[in-house]
Design a protein around this ligand. Sequence first.
Ligand code: AMP
Length: 468
Amino acid sequence: MGSLCNKTYIERPQINRRSAKRHTSILSIKSMYNSGKVLGTGTFGIVRVGWPKSNPHHKVAIKSIDKGLVKNFEVLRTEVEILVGLDHPNIIRLYESYEDDRYFHIVMELCEGGELWDSLLNKGHYKEKDAAELMIKILRAVNHLHKINICHRDLKPENFMFDSKDHDAELKLIDFGLSQKFGSNSKSMTSIVGTPYYVAPEVLKGSYGFMCDMWSVGVIMFMLLCGDHPFVGKDKEELYSHILQGSYEFKSVHWRGVSSQAKDLIRKMLALEPKNRITAEEALCHPWFGFTETNEIHVSPGIIASLKHFKLSSSFQKEVLAYFVNELNHDQIKDLKEAFNSLDTHKNGFITLSDFITVIANSEEHPKTREIEALFWNLDYNKDGRINYSEFLAATLESKHIINEEKLWSAFRHFDPNNTGKITAISLKSALRRAGKVNVDADELIREVDYDKDGGVNFEEFRKIVQG
Ligand code: AMP
């Protein structure tokens, strides 16, 4: 088997050299970031570690895609558009994007713990309990994607990374280069894309829907438990024929001690017919995960207190808090993420009102349902009936005491990169565009907080806005 079967495959690229500039800014990445060592290379470019000049303590990953290698700029635009809309503890976070003559740059959260693939190679295979913990994270990420109508189309251990080298590192899904939004038609996709070892049979047949991701998750789970691929072949044709027949076995010695529940879940994910395949939501309720469930609710009184005190005073403040959320590091985010996961009782990446009532009503202070509802609607700033991960983190920032003078200045410099002493509608628009927020009205945001009508926000005004 050649290494080709591990590489992402894209069929039928169309030539479309329209610029992907819609989300990007005229500022050059070099004026905003310093970059360092190479972290990895992908199909179209290179990923490096970087530091914003406004805050050299905050390490990021910068993926630079060589425009000369990309035949279809639509692919780039889709990747950025999709990343902008993603907001989940197990999915990589996009910070900004830039474009110059040669490259398209995506600035994102840095994962310092390496790929799941390398970890699997080192270990050979995972113990069942450890594999189950990883699978919960993988399934939570996939469930979130599917709930917001996104199919990843290239799930494999190389595309999951650990955010740190710590034993409790978080797992993050990366590389949305092949992802696709899907509509109500469950079989809307036809291009044969993906990575041969992980590709679902219906993808090879050329008519498929989002459930192709669940097949790939089944392949990943198989590999985590035994270290081998379920489907192999001496060449691609033989591999594809095995996939199309769904022929695999639990035959290596590693399977001897593995529970029948684990095998049952794999069988349900590797069901040949997508309509018979288990969904991410159903898989998360599979009895195999029973032994990892602690049923403990990790929402500390400190977090609940900051949720109660939180009051968003303007949309401008919301955008600045989003900047601070991006700056939270692995240690600062740990308990907040656990609290979010506890509140996300449906494991789909959103806190609904019913989730919120269930958990908060059981907190030490036993608040009344009416009070909890009021708290919920205060946090759900865009009133869509669900609190997303960033909204939750923004509301709990206070509990971390991270917004000190230094952080305030680096945030101010981020929104005023030319050092004019004032954040104007133009500089704010540029920052929002870089973050992919093309539909946010920067003029309105500034108008809302420009009390002295001088056309901008200076540092002292900025401090007051951030501190509410
Ligand atoms: P990609 O082109 O997205 O597949 O990325 C190529 C390689 O760069 C990956 O296989 C990773 O090893 C590395 N990489 C990608 N994204 C990140 C990240 N956010 N943090 C650290 N390394 C990354």
